[in-house]
Design a protein around this ligand. Structure first.
Ligand SMILES: Nc1ncnc2c1ncn2[C@@H]1O[C@H](COP(=O)(O)OP(=O)(O)OP(=O)(O)O)[C@@H](O)[C@H]1O
Ligand SMILES: [Mg+2]
Length: 246
């Protein structure tokens, strides 16, 4: 079943075409990435899918329903998601629950197990300024996970992290994804990251943003990082670079 599907999705900003006829889909439980150069319209694509931007051409279907009439929230972590600096980690995490009109007592039961699972136990009363970059990012992801939605849209969640932390976070995300069985659409600039994480990936080019290549990564999981040096991956990388350098 397709959790997300776009059909000929196009968007203009002030007569400039930013996205042109984007056709993509995410199957239930699938990890799909979108990779493309800066400015090709990736974040805009997410804003159309979540309904933050409502004017567009073409169609978006979430769980089979046209997104304009899809009522449930979609878990979305915007690029540069910032935890509110004046709220503790726990208070930041509780934000999506506060808007859900559930009782405050029920928050704790939902939040605390995730705090533990996300490796943030003992830090729940810290303010974002007292956490490391990787911890802040896990906190922002935790907040996204508290939105009850199968589909998760993650816009470059690891873009600001150093290479080593980033690799740890990728492996950790796969672990969490495996456990929770989400369907993920993931934006990244990083070819290795996309190939390591994804079942499938779309390669975009800019002006106007369009999908020029779709790659299916037939690599069993769990994957070891060494697969990135294998011949099959090298071939994928060559093909992606060909599109991005066009
Ligand atoms: N609200 C807006 N009004 C006008 N133009 C916009 C608006 N939002 C985005 N754009 C333009 O649309 C284009 C795509 O922007 P977008 O943020 O989607 O790119 P991106 O692929 O996410 O880039 P990056 O990889 O740098 O995050 C850019 O040229 C940007 O200037
Ligand atoms: Mg962006």
């Amino acid at each position: 079943m397709k959790v997300l599907k776009t059909e000929k999705l196009s968007k203009n900003f002030n007569d400039i075409k930013v996205l042109e006829e984007i056709n993509l889909y995410v199957n239930k439980g699938e990890f799909v990435s979108v990779i493309g150069p800066s400015g090709c319209g990736k974040s805009t694509l997410f804003k159309l899918i979540t309904g933050l931007i409502k004017e567009y051409e073409g169609e978006v279907f979430v769980e089979g329903t046209e997104s304009r009439s899809y009522k449930s929230p979609i878990a979305y972590m915007p690029q540069k998601d910032l935890l509110l600096p004046w709220r503790t980690l726990y208070e930041n995490a509780s934000l999506p629950l506060e808007v859900s009109r559930k009782s405050r007592e029920s928050f704790k039961e939902r939040i605390m197990p995730l705090i533990k699972e996300f490796g943030l136990e003992g830090f729940e009363d810290c303010y974002p300024g007292e956490l490391s970059g990787g911890m802040r990012q896990r906190g922002a992801l935790l907040r996204t996970f508290l939105i009850e939605s199968d589909l998760m849209l993650l816009d470059e969640p690891f873009g600001a992290l150093d290479a080593i932390t980033r690799m740890d976070m990728q492996e950790w995300l796969l672990e969490i994804w495996r456990k929770h069985n989400h369907s993920i659409l993931f934006i990244t600039h990083d070819i290795d990251e996309a190939l390591f994480l994804s079942d499938r990936l779309y390669v975009m080019t800019g002006r106007p943003g369009s999908i020029d290549l779709e790659i299916k990564v037939n690599e069993p999981r769990p994957r070891r990082r060494e697969v990135l040096f294998g011949e099959k991956y090298m071939e994928h990388k060559r093909n992606i670079l060909k599109v991005l350098k066009k």
